[in-house]
Design a protein around this ligand. Structure first.
Ligand SMILES: Cc1cc2nc3c(=O)[nH]c(=O)nc-3n(C[C@H](O)[C@H](O)[C@H](O)COP(=O)(O)O)c2cc1C
Length: 176
């Protein structure tokens, strides 16, 4: 059975992006879902000096291996001050030191959500611009606004948004 990883770009234990990524991944049919948590890959803050002194931490290799062993990726990015969360960017930077094409051309559904009306649209645009240079194969993307209004008890309450979610999940399903 093919398998996807579901990952929130956040180290929050209650990450709404992790919830959204898992929700979307579970909509795939006949696909095993491997839920990843950034907290399981604790990493020191990237710095050239620490890399030179100690090398690349095992957890960066572990996360990269989990990406490489998957058939596809469902990633939802948290937006902090219009950019990646520090925890995500840190893991991203460490992995890029092992393999600059870290996303490994795996079909990716890329999303972002926030409690606000813009739904992480700014960080989504940043990632859409950058990932293709780093092995990113984004087959669909979605900004999911007003998370707490639109996803309640595992149900997407807004009909239009649910339709959009089904469309982007369908695009990933096709690419797998
Ligand atoms: C330091 C900080 C900066 C934030 N900046 C933004 C922002 O620029 N845009 C936004 O929509 N939400 C912003 N938020 C709110 C986050 O979207 C919210 O905390 C969300 O829950 C983050 O996703 P997560 O639950 O997956 O970590 C910010 C939150 C923090 C803590």
């Amino acid at each position: 059975m093919k398998k996807v990883i579901a990952l929130g770009g956040s180290n929050s234990e209650k990450s709404i992006n992790k919830i959204l990524a898992v929700h979307a991944a579970n909509m795939l049919e006949g696909i095993e879902v491997n839920v990843l948590d950034l907290n399981a890959y604790e990493l020191p803050l990237y710095g050239i000096d620490i890399e030179t002194r100690d090398g690349i931490p095992q957890n960066a290799h572990n996360l990269l291996n989990d990406i490489k062993e998957s058939d596809g990726i469902v990633l939802s990015l948290a937006e902090h001050n219009g950019a990646y969360s520090t925890a995500f960017k840190n893991a991203f930077d460490w992995m890029s030191r092992i393999d600059n094409k870290l996303w490994s051309e795996k079909p990716m559904l890329l999303m972002a959500t926030s409690p606000g009306a813009r739904g992480g649209a700014t960080v989504l645009e940043i990632a859409k611009g950058r990932f293709p240079f780093m092995g990113g194969n984004i087959v669909a993307d979605l900004s999911f606004p007003l998370f707490f209004d639109n996803l309640k008890e595992g149900v997407v309450t807004d009909e239009r948004l649910n339709k959009e979610l089904k469309i982007v999940v369908g695009k990933l399903q096709k690419a797998l």
